[in-house]
Ligand binder design. Structure first.
Ligand code: F6R
Length: 261
């Protein structure tokens, strides 16, 4: 795992967008894993700008989102499908047929989860998976005690996650209590993972995820087991880390980051 600290949330999102853009330029048919949430809004805004300004084409890109609420149809304004259309898909030249989210209103949820895994495999696996982190340490909706080998499945949300996300609903009571999420094992199968986190409310969980022991109580610690995982954070989110000086040195000196400095 490597940690990159940028001065503020815009700089962290811009760096993540630039890495994604370069991955698409290197492989126009990139299989891109995507996340939703407040943190990602800056990232998608920047990707849409790069599409406009630098003519980055998403025409062949294939996407797989991490999760979807169970019980919300795609047209529901609180669904993650709606979020993705609004923040990214409608703003770039992606083919809607190439965008995948679990179907939260599938009749047979287990079958839908198995199909989702199958579709990822048919596309050759995820090349680059973008992740956020919740206050429980979840990646996707892999709440505490999610197995490290877990695959796409239905997961009950914790009270903390419900509290974190309920404010997005007109009536907080309407927030679904369950979601379909890629498993920790599904995420670890991606060829590269980037976790983006910003703001001081994420400082505590980032320190646990990055420098704490690997535990299924904090799913994000699984990324410590991944051969190519990068955590991109802003300064406020880095506040509780012990090795800040080393992480800062990495970005300034490692050849891989030279084009992004
Ligand atoms: C949602 C997802 C979640 C969020 C996390 C952070 O698709 O994958 O793990 O990334 O809950 O959400 P925000 O950015 O709203 O703090």
């Amino acid at each position: 795992m490597e940690v990159i600290i940028r001065p503020n949330a815009d700089a962290a999102a811009n760096l993540t967008a630039n890495v994604i853009a370069d991955a698409i330029r290197a492989k126009p048919s990139l299989v891109l894993g995507l996340a939703t949430g407040r943190t990602m809004e800056r990232l998608y805004k920047r990707l849409a700008e790069i599409h406009q300004e630098d003519k980055l084409s998403f025409a062949q890109v294939r996407t797989f989102n991490l999760d979807e609420y169970i019980g919300l149809p795609p047209e529901d304004k609180h669904s993650y499908r709606h979020y993705m259309n609004q923040h990214l898909f409608n703003k770039v030249d992606i083919d809607p047929a190439n965008t995948h989210l679990p179907n939260g209103v599938a009749e047979d949820i287990d079958q839908e989860c198995a199909h989702y895994e199958q579709r990822i495999t048919e596309c050759g696996g995820i090349d680059l998976q973008i992740l956020g982190i919740g206050n429980t340490g979840h990646i996707g909706f892999n709440e505490p005690l999610s197995a490290m080998y877990s695959r796409t499945r239905a997961k009950a949300l914790t009270p903390q996650t419900i509290e974190q996300n309920a404010s997005q609903f007109d009536n907080p009571e309407e927030m679904p209590r369950r979601a379909i999420t890629m498993g920790v094992g599904t995420i670890l199968d991606a060829k590269r993972c980037i976790l983006l986190a910003t703001g001081k409310t994420k400082a505590q969980i980032i320190a646990k995820a990055v420098e704490g022991p690997v535990t299924s109580m904090i799913s994000a610690t699984a990324l410590q087991l991944h051969p190519k995982a990068t955590v991109i954070i802003d300064q406020p989110a880095s506040a509780n880390l012990q090795q800040i000086e080393y992480y800062q040195w990495l970005f300034q000196n490692e050849p891989e980051w030279e084009p992004y400095r």
